[in-house]
Write a protein that binds this ligand. Structure first.
Ligand code: IPM
Ligand code: MG
Length: 353
């Protein structure tokens, strides 16, 4: 008997449930093709629940989520709910409460996908962003004074602790050792001097511990330019929460669009479950139209398998997605047809083995 994993599933809002349905079909096929099994625990969290009951993340849901092996999340956000409420009190709260301090976001151009960058091939767009996941400007420290007057003042504080910077950078150095040993820190040390100095000192301190890793520093504005003009310069990137948010949308765009980009919110200590989700949002404008691309959600399952040590299954998904994209990327297909294509390759390649 193979191992059983408990997976918490939060389909969420907008296209979230549609892409998660397809991701779960892929997960089912993995179960069928291996001796591993998955017990799914569905969580009704998001806009519908909030509008119905006023609950966003009840204590008992959070407690249950803490007990699973990993979490798969669709998307959060709904035009009927004021911006910031679900994002802060559901998604960010989960990242904070579960201490998911590495937001891992691979940027990879699959063969067959046309990058908007002319002439760039898949060998040139292949890097990973390690975005800090628990603090920075996301920490929610701030206040407003004299609201709705001409003297209004709004403050947002960026929180940067040695411990959080160190653990994120250490993860990025360790990841670099498994890839090209080429790590770039992205910040804005010339303006954000307090946080910048901390990030830079810790970066230099760890660089001495990892002499095999070649280290580079770039300001975030220059890095945005190089994402477009010289993406081949990057292998592993370490950056803070907000820079990482912005840069990974840009990264998704240069690698074929947000419909393909997966992410993992990871706690490398494994004291809490890690959470895997597409980078894209809930896209309420295309909800229910079967036009959402499920690949980002399917690749999030792949990242979840990697984290759980299910390397063969993770490889099977990668191979099948890559084959499907190579053959059919340009074809107009519905959400479920894209998953059909991937599942077809999964069954085919498992027979090859
Ligand atoms: C992301 C999203 C979130 C973020 C939003 C929905 C709060 O943009 O995961 O990149 O800013 O982190
Ligand atoms: Mg984002």
């Amino acid at each position: 008997m193979g191992k059983t994993f408990n997976i918490g599933v939060i389909p969420g809002d907008g296209i979230g449930p549609e892409v998660i349905t397809q991701a779960l079909r892929v997960l089912d096929v993995c179960q069928e093709l291996s001796d591993v099994s998955f017990d799914l625990h569905m969580f009704d969290l998001g806009a519908e629940r909030y509008l119905r009951t006023g609950d966003i993340l009840p204590a008992e849901s959070l407690d249950q989520l803490k007990t699973v092996d990993a979490i798969l999340l669709g998307a959060v956000g709904d035009p009927r709910v004021k911006p910031g409420i679900l994002e802060r009190e559901l998604l960010l709260r989960l990242r904070f409460e579960l201490n998911l301090y590495v937001n891992l976001r691979p940027i990879q151009l699959f063969e067959g996908v046309q990058s908007p960058l002319a002439g760039k091939s898949s060998a040139e767009i292949d890097f990973v962003v390690c975005r800090e996941g628990t603090e920075g400007l996301y920490a929610g420290r701030g206040r407003s004074e004299q609201v709705e007057t001409r003297n209004e003042l709004a403050l947002e504080e960026s929180v940067n602790t040695y411990q959080a910077v160190e653990r994120l950078l250490r993860f990025a150095f360790e990841l670099s050792m498994t890839r090209d040993k080429h790590l770039t820190l992205i910040h804005k040390t010339n303006v954000l001097t307090f946080a910048g100095s901390l990030w830079m000192r810790v970066f230099e301190e760890l660089a001495r511990e990892f002499p095999d890793v070649s280290t580079h520093y770039m300001h975030v504005d220059a890095a945005s330019m190089f994402f477009v003009t010289r993406p081949e310069e990057f292998d592993v990137i370490a950056t803070d929460n907000l820079f990482g948010d912005i840069l990974t949308d840009l990264g998704a765009a240069i690698s074929g669009g947000i419909g393909l980009a997966a992410s993992g919110n990871i706690n490398p200590t494994r004291l809490t479950p890690s959470m895997f989700e597409p980078i894209h949002g809930s896209a309420p404008d295309i909800k229910g139209t079967q036009r959402a691309n499920p690949i980002a959600a399917i690749l999030s399952v792949k990242m979840m398998f990697e984290h759980l040590g299910l390397h063969d299954l993770s490889e099977l998904i990668t191979r099948s997605v890559a084959k499907d994209i190579k053959q059919n990327f340009a074809a107009a297909r519905s959400t479920s047809q894209i998953a059909d294509g991937i599942i077809h390759h999964m069954r085919g390649s498992s027979h090859e083995n």
